[in-house]
Design a protein. Structure first.
Length: 103
């Protein structure tokens, strides 16, 4: 199995990349993550903004222009989509192993 250098993703990173498939700002991403996770994952503002900076430096998200200059918008890059896809495949594989073992 060819391991991607970005994998495994943390749960927070997975949710951020997923939330930013559509452009959004930090607070909107925090809300979307809570919604996507049915309230099981909540990301604090400090964690969110640090993660956005880190993901941008890795080339997984990029700033995009928006109507409000006060809020930075970000979107998942093509590389970020590839990483997200690889992680989803990895998780499906692991779930399949667990199913075969009746775990």
């Amino acid at each position: 199995m060819n391991r991607n250098k970005y994998l495994p993703l943390t749960e927070t990173t997975f949710y951020i990349l997923t939330a930013l498939l559509v452009p959004g700002h930090g607070y909107a991403v925090m809300q979307k993550i809570e919604n996507l996770s049915s309230g099981k994952v909540r990301v604090a503002a400090g964690t969110m903004y640090g993660a956005l900076e880190n993901l941008q430096s890795q080339g997984l998200i990029t700033p995009v222009p928006g109507p409000d200059k006060r809020r930075k918008l970000y979107q998942t890059t093509p590389l970020g989509r590839e990483v997200l896809h690889s992680e989803a495949e990895r998780l499906r594989y692991l779930a399949g192993v667990a199913d075969r073992l009746n775990l």
